[in-house]
Design a protein. Structure first.
Length: 320
């Protein structure tokens, strides 16, 4: 009898996984949807990243040196102090990332903030260089002394399973950016990037946002002004630079025979750009170049722009 009891116990243990599997198979897709995946995933994040060098190598190399990414405080112009007068740590913080999978299978990622305010960001780059040969024995400095900070008001990404497109929508500004274009001897000082403002026609109906709002039709630039939070949506559209683009695998452009290339379709970019001071000649890196004035781009719009990106073979150069 003891032997039969041991055999029965062993049989029950061995059969347990199959019994569990049978129970799982009995749940259809609808029932499983009621068990998991209802709330999605939220990630809270604060970080600061430093990279000594990023290098892309072909026959020669392109190198980006001394990269720092964080909050506005990683830059001298964007640094703020606490109550004791100490400079804050420059963290990229207060981030809240929501990740959901929609009913149609699309992946939806929304980057927001814990406190409801735009995300302050900052970056510095020591230099960007072209290096000759595999050993990089000589170099040409393209850009140096880059420093910039601003705010991120929106970042939404969606992977559309029907088209296999990654759609990216962002709203941001640049409060201050400085850099030197060394190989041209040009210095850019106090560059600011903002939204196109209320005097721009975003939806192409021959009326600016200001004119539509004054008309009182209830819909301004596609935003129903009667809905909750409409003022915030309109403010985000007009105050911050807006970018909407699709990234996917596709074919080349026009008469190109390329296939399976990286495609980037820029649906729209709306912004204003102001450069307070452009310097040429003199000691650019020391900030002692000769000023030639300022530049302002008002209502800059980039639409219906497509890029196809792929590798190519280098043909041998022959001389007659």
């Amino acid at each position: 009898m003891k032997g039969l009891k041991k055999i029965a116990l062993a049989t029950a243990v061995a059969a347990a996984p199959f019994a569990a599997q049978a129970e799982l198979k009995a749940l259809n897709d609808s029932a499983m949807g009621n068990v998991t995946g209802q709330a999605g995933v939220t990630i809270e994040l604060e970080t600061k990243v430093s990279i000594g060098q990023f290098k892309y190598t072909d026959e020669g190399s392109f190198a980006v040196n001394d990269i720092v990414l964080g909050g506005a405080g990683v830059t001298a112009d964007g640094a703020v102090t606490d109550g004791a007068g100490n400079v804050t740590n420059g963290l990229l913080d207060q981030l809240k990332i929501d990740i959901d999978v929609a009913d149609d299978g699309d992946a939806v990622i929304h980057v927001g903030t814990l406190d409801g305010n735009p995300i302050d960001w900052g970056m510095t780059v020591g230099s960007m260089e072209l290096l000759a040969g595999s050993t990089g024995t000589s170099s040409t400095t393209l850009i140096s002394n880059m420093s910039g900070w601003g705010n991120l008001a929106q970042l939404d990404m969606r992977v559309d399973t029907a088209t296999d497109h990654l759609n990216i929508v962002a709203a941001f500004d640049v409060q201050d950016m400085d850099f030197d274009v060394d190989f041209l001897g040009i210095g850019i000082r106090d560059m600011v990037v903002t939204g196109a403002g209320m005097n721009f026609d975003y939806d192409g109906n021959n009326q600016t946002a200001e004119e539509e709002l004054a008309a009182g039709t209830g819909v301004v630039e596609g935003i129903d002004m009667t809905q909750t939070g409409a003022d915030l949506l309109l403010g985000k559209l007009t105050t911050y630079a807006n970018v909407n683009l699709d990234v996917y695998k596709g074919a080349g452009l026009g008469a190109s025979t390329a296939t399976n290339v990286l495609r980037v379709d820029v649906n729209n970019v709306y912004m204003d750009v102001n450069i307070a001071d452009i310097q040429i000649g003199g000691d650019i890196a020391g900030g002692n170049g000769q000023s030639i004035g300022s530049v302002n781009l008002d209502n800059l719009a980039i639409t219906d722009t497509k890029l196809a990106i792929y590798g190519h073979d280098i043909s041998p150069v022959t001389t007659p």
